[in-house]
Design a protein around this ligand. Structure first.
Ligand SMILES: [Fe+2]
Length: 407
């Protein structure tokens, strides 16, 4: 009759491990994302443009060159070429440079916002440090004054740059961040609720002890009235709980039935000891007094409502299944379940323990009585479970074993 005890702590630790695993997964995701961004940022991208004035709308990052008006300097033509780099993407760029195809024989005069050089038929530009990073939506202007023998259309421009994407520009980053935040929130909530649960469990255990010890004391008061019924209430409680467990009742109901078993004979506190301990046969008058103990018990316990069904067990445990019991004469399922259950456990203990008027009855006699009275005195379903308990060796419970079965 092992009680299955599932502790909430074990479940909490399981959830905690799961949450820790999720957190590690979120952080790993962030790390992977960051690494892939770094790798993508270090890639040099090149674009060429074949137009100078028109806005190349197909690109987010582009350069427009605008030649000014030519002036004559002897054989040469002078011009001021203004260029602008547009970054209309959602991320910054860096390490960029521009090269432009030009005719042979050009010469540089002056420039701004960067460094220019001519190599063959190419004009090279490197931005000054303050121009090196171009944020999203930003544009950078730069230019050169140059002499040439002919017009320079600047319609073949090459741009190289590196993307400088921030991790926050990726939606997956926010998904991971929210996931990690929720995860941490859940972990903290779980830890706090675990601490609170431990505190609650401690207080609850203290109250439970108080209830158990109080009810046990009440049972002791009942049993000390008669030397021969010492331990009777506790044994009835133990057998009742065993039957309840066999019937598949919940832990709560098993405990409830146990306490009802402890209290079932509380009414005996109002019966004179001389009658309870009388060795010989009782007179009709004495028997009538004894028979009143369920009513007396229910009257004593009328304000005790915290254990549902307690009054049913106290008031109806001497009813019989065939309706010939006392005090109400209820029959079959009319008798509340607690009454029918306590009746079986009570009768079994009465037969299996020594009384002032007789010795312990034999195993065979008890088994025969239980079987013979199934359906008359006892609820057959309940007595069947009691018989099983006896056959399986769980009943009777000796004085030495009682401690093991106490709640
Ligand atoms: Fe009784």
């Amino acid at each position: 009759m092992n009680q299955k005890k599932k502790t909430i702590n074990a479940r909490s630790y399981y959830v905690l491990v799961m949450l820790a695993a999720f957190l590690i997964a979120f952080l790993a995701g962030m790390w992977a994302l960051n690494s892939s961004i770094k790798e993508s940022n270090s890639r040099v991208l090149s674009i060429s443009f074949d137009r100078t004035i028109d806005d190349p709308k197909s690109e987010e990052i582009y350069v427009i060159a605008s030649p000014g008006r030519y002036w004559k300097n002897g054989e040469l033509k002078g011009n001021q070429y203004s260029l602008t780099l547009y970054n209309k993407s959602a991320h910054a760029i860096t390490d960029w440079n521009v090269s432009v195809q030009i005719p042979q024989g050009c010469s540089l005069e002056s420039s701004w916002n960067g460094f220019w050089a001519i190599g063959g038929d190419m004009l090279y530009y490197k931005p000054a440090d303050f121009h090196l990073n171009v944020e999203a939506g930003e544009q950078k202007s730069f230019g050169v004054v140059m002499y040439s023998h002919e017009d320079v259309p600047m319609n073949n421009i090459f741009l190289s740059y590196r993307e400088n994407k921030k991790i926050t520009t990726y939606p997956v980053f926010w998904v991971l961040l929210v996931g990690a935040f929720l995860d941490v929130f859940l972990v903290v909530t779980l830890i706090i609720s675990n601490i609170q649960f431990k505190r609650y469990t401690k207080t609850h255990a203290a109250y439970k002890d108080l209830v158990r010890e109080s009810l046990r004391t009440m049972a002791n008061i009942i049993d000390t009235k008669d030397e021969y019924t010492k331990g009777h209430s506790l044994r009835v409680a133990i057998y009742s709980r065993m039957i309840a467990e066999k019937m598949g009742m919940s832990d709560y109901d098993q405990e409830r039935i146990y306490y009802i078993g402890l209290l079932h004979d509380i009414g005996k506190v109002g019966i004179p000891v001389s009658i309870l301990t009388k060795p010989g046969h009782l007179t009709d008058e004495e028997f009538a007094i004894i028979k009143r103990h369920p009513i007396l018990g229910s009257s004593i316990m009328k304000d005790f409502t915290s254990i549902p069904g307690a009054l049913n067990g106290i008031l109806y445990h001497h009813e019989r299944y065939d309706g010939k019991g006392y005090n109400s004469g209820l029959k079959g399922e009319e008798i509340p379940f607690e009454g029918r259950l306590i009746c079986v456990a009570d009768s079994y203990d009465a037969m299996s323990s020594k009384r002032c008027y007789r010795n312990t009855l034999s195993y065979e006699f008890i088994m025969d009585e239980l079987k013979r009275n199934s359906g008359t005195q006892f609820d057959p379903e309940i007595s069947k479970y009691m018989i099983e308990l006896i056959e399986e060796g769980y009943a009777p419970v000796s004085d030495a074993e009682m401690e093991d079965y106490e709640i």
